[in-house]
Design a binder for this molecule. Structure first.
Ligand code: ADP
Ligand code: MG
Ligand code: MG
Ligand code: MG
Length: 400
């Protein structure tokens, strides 16, 4: 990495022009850094004559979090670009095209998706995305099935696994999601008004047992190549289109972690709507839309996954229906357990979500936080008892 240095806007322009055919003839390129700035630089480069544009994403060698910083491997740029390439082969419509990866500079050049919006912002604004469940279930079913032992030859999988050893980014997850929220860690950040809830998280032994089991799953269950950070800030949407970005946390882990991330973030928005939609009827309708979307995601995922298994399963012994049923039940349970962990950490740990954190009225923000923790801890403690996604819909409504 001897040549590595953070790019200036001018350097980003020169690189883009050199490496992206779309911009080679351009005579007037503009550049803007648009990243949210914690781990990576994101440059938007546009030809002012043709409006052709590209994104240049560069990994920084450290993570900046609340004024502090810790070193973080640049290898994650390779992992991100390789994960995008694999996802692009499996679901070309659902990820940005990668134009070029430059290892020395930890740079990935990719398709500009600025005509989309980040889903988290769209949901906060109260927008609905009618194709999201169909698209994300397709993304999950195909990427998870075809990178697992069910969908590729087992030797090939073990070889591919070697390219996605991602210890530093996994450690972030292991600590921030599966540990800090349950202890008095200096990384935690939370609203002092919910200290009672925080104390409860730290003393609840039944909860700790289930978190330890889920953490162990995360550490040891190399089931499929995960996106690894599949929250609604990693999803770009329009009414018609869905694109998944930012797989720098990709590694071989438990499938339920990705599915759970999507569900957790929809549930966080569900809780956050207490602070966004004043009118009861309107809010309840939107919350129903979110629950319906979650139900559709699981239902469509399951049916697509079973179909892929039927058509492309690589071995005989796992083709038996009773094994497939058991596999999918265990996957639903993992999914809901991980979803619970993801919800809890967004309220009391490091890095919150705008869906709840930017609510203006303190009482409503606190109500949303309490609801999110109630749902999250219930999912963690009871994840092993779910057998159908409909049970989740009932549970969330009971906890309200
Ligand atoms: P980070 O890993 O730092 O979170 P992301 O890949 O999520 O980086 O990108 C940060 C932001 O940069 C996104 O929220 C989005 O606004 C913008 N961005 C990233 N990739 C693209 C893209 N392909 N097209 C348009 N904007 C993008
Ligand atoms: Mg970010
Ligand atoms: Mg991101
Ligand atoms: Mg990222």
């Amino acid at each position: 990495m001897s040549n590595y240095h953070p790019l200036t806007e001018q350097e980003a322009i020169t690189l883009a022009q050199t490496h992206v055919p779309l911009l080679q003839q351009a005579t007037s390129l503009t550049c803007r850094e648009i990243g949210d700035g914690n781990l990576n630089l994101v440059f938007h480069i546009q030809d002012t004559d043709t409006s052709n544009s590209v994104i240049v994403k560069q990994a920084l060698p450290y993570a900046k979090v609340v004024g502090e910083s810790w070193p973080l491997t640049l290898d994650r740029a390779r992992i991100e670009s390789e994960a995008l390439r694999i996802q692009g082969e499996l679901c070309p419509e659902l990820v940005p095209a990668v134009y070029q990866y430059l290892p020395e500079l930890a740079v990935t050049m990719m398709e500009d998706l600025s005509d989309h919006v980040i889903m988290r912002s769209g949901l906060i604004a109260g927008n609905q995305y009618p194709y999201f469940a169909a698209h994300i279930s397709e993304f999950l079913a195909r990427t998870l099935f075809f990178t697992s032992d069910l969908g590729i030859n087992q030797q090939e999988k073990k070889i591919q696994q070697g390219s996605f050893i991602n210890p530093e980014l996994c450690k972030i997850t292991e600590d921030l999601i599966f540990d800090d929220p349950y202890t008095d860690s200096p990384n935690n950040q939370y609203n002092p008004a919910i200290q009672d809830v925080v104390d409860e998280l730290r003393s609840d032994e039944e909860l700790h047992l289930q978190v330890a089991k889920l953490r162990h799953q995360f550490l040891t269950h190399s089931q499929a190549l995960l996106h690894g950070d599949l929250h609604t800030g990693s999803v770009f949407v329009t009414k018609q289109s869905t694109k998944v970005i930012d797989p720098e946390f990709a590694f071989y882990g438990p499938m339920g972690f990705d599915i759970g991330a999507v569900i957790a973030n929809l549930l966080l928005n569900y809780a956050g709507q207490l602070g966004w939609m004043e009118e009861d009827q309107k809010r309840q309708a939107f919350q129903q839309y979110l629950l319906h979307t979650i139900q559709e995601i699981w239902t469509q995922f399951e049916s697509k996954f079973r179909q892929l298994w039927k058509e492309h399963g690589v071995d005989r012994i796992s083709a038996q229906p009773s094994f497939q049923d058991a596999y999918l039940t265990a996957l639903l349970q993992d999914t809901l357990g991980f979803a619970g962990c993801k919800m809890v950490r967004r309220i009391v740990g490091l890095a919150h979500v705008a869906d709840i954190d930017t609510i203006k009225q303190p009482e409503l923000k606190e109500q949303a936080e309490r609801l999110a923790i109630r749902i999250g801890t219930t999912l963690i403690k009871e994840h092993d008892r779910f057998h159908h996604i409909e049970q989740l819909m009932d549970k969330v409504q009971q906890l309200h």
